[in-house]
Design a protein around this ligand. Structure first.
Ligand code: F6R
Length: 347
């Protein structure tokens, strides 16, 4: 049932291009939902863990593409701030399982004060019965505790929603080209394995990125914590100088997510800062980015043509693989990390 892979997690990482393609097939369904929307002037995303990171991408996307004011709240914090909802607000809950207690509680708290839409992977789960609109991610069942293909599929659904709401249908073609970029990264797996071997004994890791790459940094850090038990921090690059730079010294691995685009030059200057303090920088960027290459110990290369707004999909894959291989090298079962459950049904 693991299809020849050692673990479900690795199998599920490899299923990601297919998960994106299958989720894109929901485009016409999503278009119909969007056509039935009243006019919204605000979007509130609510989710936990990895689904929260997908929501953060949603914020950048809806504000940039749709031009609608968007906030993101952790489901467990929602009850302390959900005071300003009204009928012009769309609350979007994102949950792979559709059963997460915090998310379900938040959905119930909305209680018809605003419209609700759920992005869910498990068909017929509780959340799908309680939200007004339901968008399905088509990742297929995910067995590994760490979310991988469901995260990628959540991002795909968010892109589809934003594309339909903005009417920028020409972007659909760009989204459709992303699975090919994902395949070429997966072909590069042995290289990530070598990097894992080199850094597996590090005590701390930092992940940095800006804009669309900030949630990727958070997700990279979360994956590493949960399946390798290594301390990891994900930071918006610009925040480094406001505190954590004090922790960067000789040999600390810093994974820098630096795709071409608006955020590139500023993140690159953050990379220079950590380099000057002796960090070992693992850079993720365009194969043509010689400036980044000269600042990194190890460079993970991507096709130069990937649009920044879609970069979160391919760029997270090496981070999933890095955590996976470090986990296996440490003798941990990545499918069943200690203290964690696939679905958290208590608040
Ligand atoms: C991390 C992970 C968790 C879940 C979180 C929300 O790899 O899997 O952080 O993302 O528990 O779960 P869902 O999406 O089912 O609500």
């Amino acid at each position: 049932e693991k299809g020849g892979y050692d673990h479900f997690m690795l199998k599920e990482i490899h299923e990601q291009p297919k998960a994106v393609k299958n989720t894109i097939r929901e485009a016409s369904e999503i278009k119909k939902i969007v056509q039935s929307f009243p006019k919204f002037n605000r979007i509130c995303f609510v989710a936990c863990g990895t689904s929260y990171h997908a929501s953060l991408i949603g914020k950048y996307l809806f504000e940039n593409l749709v031009g609608i004011s968007t906030d993101v709240t952790l489901a467990s914090e929602f009850e302390y701030s959900a005071e300003t909802l009204d009928e012009n607000t769309l609350v979007i809950v994102i949950t792979q399982s559709g059963e997460t207690a915090d998310t379900l509680k938040a959905l119930r708290l909305v209680n018809h004060k605003a419209k609700t839409l759920a992005i869910v992977n498990v068909v017929g789960s509780t959340v799908t019965r309680e939200a007004e609109y339901v968008v399905y991610t088509r990742a297929g069942p995910e067995i590994g505790v760490a979310a991988t293909k469901t995260y990628i599929s959540q991002l795909t659904s968010i892109y589809l929603l934003a594309i339909c709401m903005s009417g920028r249908m020409e972007l659909l073609e760009k989204l459709e080209s992303i699975p090919d970029h994902m395949e070429s990264i997966l072909e590069n797996e042995d290289f990530i394995k070598k990097i894992a071997c080199k850094y597996k004994d590090a005590r701390d890791f930092f992940f940095i990125g800006r804009g669309f790459s900030y949630p990727t940094a958070l997700e990279g850090a979360l994956k590493l914590k949960e399946i390798t038990y290594i301390h990891a921090e994900g930071y918006a690059s610009g925040e480094l100088k406001h505190g954590p730079l004090a922790l960067i010294d000789d040999g600390v691995p810093v994974v820098a997510v630096v795709p071409p685009g608006k955020s590139h030059d500023k993140t690159l200057s953050n990379v220079e800062e950590v380099n000057a303090r002796g960090a070992r920088v693992i850079g993720l960027g365009s194969s043509k980015d010689e400036d980044l290459r000269s600042e990194t110990r190890d460079m993970i290369e991507f096709d130069d043509g990937i649009d920044e707004i879609f970069s979160a999909v391919p760029y997270v894959i090496p981070l999933q693989l890095l955590s996976y291989y470090i986990s296996v090298m440490k003798g941990i079962d990545p499918d069943k990390p200690k203290n964690l459950a696939k679905c958290v049904t208590v608040e």
